[in-house]
Each structure stands twice: as structure tokens, then as C-alpha cells.
Write a protein that binds this ligand. Structure first.
Ligand SMILES: [Zn+2]
Length: 240
């Protein structure tokens, strides 16, 4: 059946070279309390925007992480999410969610009384982070895409401390950069870059507690070129 109206084109899709007719929120808007204003988004085609509902659910589960209740958004999202998994249709989601939860260690219990641990699904988290980096690159560059010979490397904050001191240093340093914040710190982001090499370093924090580090680097035979924040780099002023 033909559609009566063609949907308006909002710009080129942030992830592929076709017209974008939908708003793709970066991060998914399910992580905010109802009524949150100014949720960041980019244009996306239906294909790139669709099929992410499992990822959205996954993001909601971050609201159940130990310590997340310090964010008002996390409280609202957790209530909404817990109501959603009570529904009969959500049996699979319920089993999946409860299977991913475990008791805290005694040390964690001291820090976050009554909190719970959540097993993180690496692949899903990787896909979500990829979209965040590609989406924000597009947004900050007014419609450019990450060069084809670059790739995105990501890990959860603090996970690489013993492999290379540069990661550790960068994790400290990027925390001092200007940032973008939305909701009650449901999402915060900091980014540093080198204008010449186009290497970038990103830090995303959800609900004040859960952090992801990401880099975009050139791929070459020896591996990656990581942006070294000891050397001069540029930052973005999000208040401009
Ligand atoms: Zn697309």
C-alpha cells in the first residue's frame, strides 16, 4: 500500500549513506525520566534506527546498577522497567534480567548498601557504544562520518589499567575536559581530539556510576594509534 505522505528527511543518516527520516536518540531515550528535555539525537534511516529495542531495554537495566539511585533519572527508569517486566508478555525479559543479577561482594555492600550487581553483555554494550561514538561524531562535526580507515575501540572504564599506563592516564585526564550532560546526569560525555590525526578519546557515564571509554583510531599493521592526552589535544565547548 502506498503511503499518503513521504516522511520528512531530517538529514543524511548518521550511520549510513541514505536519507535519515527518523530521530535516533544518543543515548536511547529510555534512560531518562519522563519529561526530560533536550535529549540529544541525530537523523537516522529506519533500518539503522530500528531493531534496537533490546539495546534500549539493556540500557534501562543500567538504572539497576549499584549506586545508580543517586540519579533521579535512574530511580524513575528503574521503577518503569520493573513495572514493565511484571507484564505477562515480558517473561523472557524477566528471566533474562534476573539471571544477569547477583549479590554484591561484602566490599561493594559497604559502598552501596542493598545494591545488586549486573552481568554486562559485551556485544550489546559494544554495539550501543559504537552508535554513541558514530552519532556524536556526526553531531559534533555537523554531518561528517568517521573516516573509513578508522575504527572504534571501547572498554568499560577501568578495565584496561594493567595493559598500558596510557589508558589509566587518559581516563584521569578526560575527566577534566568540558562535558555534555543531560537529564539528572543520566548521561554525561566528554571528548578530546587531535584535529590533524582525527584520533579521539571519549568517556561516557550513565547514571553517574557506569562508564565506558572509547577511542577512534587509524587502523594500521602495528595496531591502533591511541590519542595521547599528555600531548596537546583539543576539546569541545558544549556551552557554545
Ligand atoms: Zn542508516
Amino acid at each position: 500500500m502506498a503511503r499518503a505522505n513521504n516522511p520528512a528527511i531530517l538529514g543524511e543518516c548518521a550511520y549510513c549513506p541514505v536519507p535519515g527520516t527518523t530521530k535516533d536518540h544518543i543515548p536511547p531515550q529510555t534512560i531518562y525520566a519522563k519529561g526530560t528535555q533536550n535529549k540529544p539525537w541525530v537523523p537516522a534511516c529506519r533500518r539503522c534506527n530500528g531493531g534496537a529495542s533490546k539495546d534500549d531495554e539493556y540500557m534501562q537495566r543500567l538504572a539497576m546498577l549499584s549506586g545508580a539511585e543517586a540519579s533521579k533519572d535512574a530511580q524513575a527508569v528503574e521503577e518503569r522497567f520493573m513495572r514493565a517486566i511484571q507484564r505477562k508478555e515480558a517473561k523472557g525479559l524477566q528471566a533474562d534480567t534476573f539471571a544477569s543479577l547477583s549479590k554484591q561482594t561484602p566490599e561493594q555492600e559497604l559502598l552501596f548498601p542493598g545494591g545488586i550487581n549486573m552481568a554486562l553483555q559485551g556485544e550489546r554494550l559494544g554495539r550501543i557504544t559504537d552508535k554513541l561514538v558514530r552519532g556524536w561524531w556526526y553531531k559534533l562535526s555537523n554531518g561528517l562520518k568517521i573516516p573509513a580507515e578508522h575504527s572504534i575501540m571501547k572498554y568499560t572504564l577501568g578495565d584496561r589499567k594493567n595493559t598500558n599506563p596510557l589508558y589509566d592516564f587518559n581516563e584521569q585526564e578526560i575527566g577534566k575536559c568540558p562535558g555534555f550532560f543531560s537529564g539528572d546526569y543520566a548521561f554525561s560525555m566528554q571528548m578530546a581530539y587531535c584535529p590533524n590525526s582525527q584520533l579521539t578519546c571519549w568517556r561516557f557515564i550513565f547514571f553517574k556510576v557506569f562508564g565506558i571509554m572509547a577511542y577512534t583510531c587509524r587502523k594500521h599493521e602495528a595496531g591502533f594509534d591511541i590519542l595521547n592526552l599528555r600531548k596537546p589535544y583539543s576539546v569541545i565547548d558544549y556551552n557554545d
